[in-house]
Design a protein around this ligand. Structure first.
Ligand SMILES: CC(C)(COP(=O)(O)OP(=O)(O)OC[C@H]1O[C@@H](n2cnc3c(N)ncnc32)[C@H](O)[C@@H]1OP(=O)(O)O)[C@@H](O)C(=O)NCCC(=O)NCCS
Length: 426
């Protein structure tokens, strides 16, 4: 079976999370992703290690299906290898801090000069223009500055980050979309272009409905919020409110553990069936809850009634009961629940892999399912595992050329002392 992105070769200089999640998806979809790492490796290889001397899960989970080459970009021979690779690739990806790629001597203008067909793509915290352009960023910095933290939590409490990595992986998804669009354009015009995705912009895009509420709130209080909104001129934190046109909340279930909750959306047209199941005809006929407007007004009371009822059931029992009534709902799943979930396993959203340093481990699968392009997930590469293979196969280097570049320090932190640099094309 052929792969959707087969034939595209990507020079992936990305590190940490935002970029690597993007190039991993492209690798799953069939692109040949060459992960170009400094001789010391992507810093995440050694971060949060659970097995001594083995690549961390932080690294292995974000870098599957890639080949690894180490290149010292601060060394003349290393730069030469980079230039040759740019000529052979369709995409160059990076997410270094502001100014790094310029200091290495390869801003977009230079990469474009080397290969006018190449698409170059950069993630920055805040983009290349504006007062924040020079600042570095991590996940939670982006969540803070993109509007996610100010709208997550409960009123009166501190702002919270979300567990979903919207700043990094969310940005990575935008990155993939931008790169694919630029490749599509390149295939029509023959011209590569520069793709820039800022983490703050991506988080704002993911907080779009909060800016809907920001504008609505200027005209008066928002009835669907369970928290007071009178007099506010910004979208507040609203706990577990649904954030949409239907009322929703997390309801406590039996036996009352930290994740024993079911998220329920009280869709307008399911109220009658739900009310009937909870308390029979009397609740169905209760004027206080007769319309969605009334239910909004009395939602604290409505949630209390539903909570009382839910306390008699586990989240799974209640999910089944409410799905039978066509009520949209979902149990709060812990990572343990998910790893053991039959549906998740069937959809290959948790996959078991083997790794020479760590043995068996689990990865989250590819969430994009293509009917004619299966994502076969392969383990992440060891540091520099494919250096020689890439030099020979992609660049056509001979053994002697590889050895000369090695001696010149192209692939190591410091050049080996014994030999002089023999430029390949001298
Ligand atoms: C993530 C981030 C904060 C990390 O900051 P950092 O650890 O200081 O790393 P930087 O990217 O700023 O710098 C990397 C350094 O490694 C060097 N380096 C990277 N690859 C190299 C290679 N192959 N060979 C030699 N040196 C290399 C760079 O030249 C740079 O050195 P310099 O500062 O002397 O120019 C920063 O990269 C950043 O803001 N990135 C953009 C936003 C982003 O993607 N953040 C989310 C990450 S999940």
């Amino acid at each position: 079976m052929s792969k959707a992105l087969e034939g595209f070769r990507i020079l992936d200089m990305t590190h940490v999370q935002a970029g690597p999640t993007a190039s991993q998806i492209m690798a799953w979809l069939g692109a040949d992703v060459i992960k170009l790492e400094p001789p010391t490796g992507d810093v995440t290889r050694g971060q949060l290690r659970d097995v001594p001397n083995a690549d961390s899960l932080y690294f292995t989970m974000l870098n599957c299906n890639k080949r690894s080459i180490t290149v010292n970009m601060k060394n003349a021979a290393g730069k030469e290898v980079f230039i040759e690779l740019v000529k052979k690739c369709d995409v160059v990806m990076e997410n270094f801090g502001p100014g790094v790629i310029d200091r290495l001597g390869f801003p977009w203008e230079e990469v474009h000069r080397i290969n006018p067909r190449v698409v170059m793509a950069s993630i920055k915290g805040f983009g290349s223009s504006g007062p924040y352009a020079d600042f570095k960023a991590y996940e939670n910095v982006a969540q803070a500055m993109g509007g996610a933290m100010s709208t997550t939590g409960v009123p009166g409490g501190p702002p919270f980050v979300t567990g979903a990595q919207i700043g990094d992986t969310g940005t990575g998804l935008h990155f993939v979309i931008g790169i694919l669009a630029a490749l599509h354009h390149r295939n029509r015009t023959g011209r590569g272009q520069y793709v820039e995705v800022a983490m703050m912009d991506s988080v704002m895009n993911l907080c779009r409905v909060k800016f809907r509420d920001h504008q609505r709130i200027q005209r008066g209080p928002l009835g669907e919020y369970s928290v007071p909104t009178e007099g506010l001129d910004y979208a507040p934190r609203a706990g577990n409110d649904s954030g949409g046109g239907q009322l929703g909340n997390a309801i406590r279930c039996k036996p009352g553990g930290p994740n024993d909750y079911l998220y329920i959306v009280v869709q307008e047209h399911v109220w009658e069936a739900l009310a009937n199941r909870i308390a029979g005809e009397a609740l169905v006929k209760n004027a206080k809850f007769a319309t969605i407007g009334e239910r909004r007004r009395h939602q604290d009371e409505m949630w209390a009634l539903i909570n009382d009822f839910a306390g008699n059931y586990t989240k799974q029992e209640l999910m089944k009961m409410l799905n039978d009534l066509n009520v949209p709902c979902g149990p709060i799943m812990s990572t343990r629940d998910l790893v053991n979930d039959e549906h998740v396993r069937l959809r290959e959203m948790i996959v078991e892999l083997d790794h020479p340093q760590r043995g068996k481990w689990l990865n989250v699968g590819c969430p994009i399912k293509l009917s004619d392009s299966a994502a076969d997930i392969e383990r992440s590469p060891l540091l520099g595992e494919h250096t020689d293979e890439i030099l020979r196969e992609v660049l056509g280097y001979t053994d002697a050329q590889v050895a000369a570049m090695r001696q010149a320090g192209a692939f190591s932190k410091e050049p080996p002392k014994i030999a002089e640099y023999h430029p390949l094309r001298a």
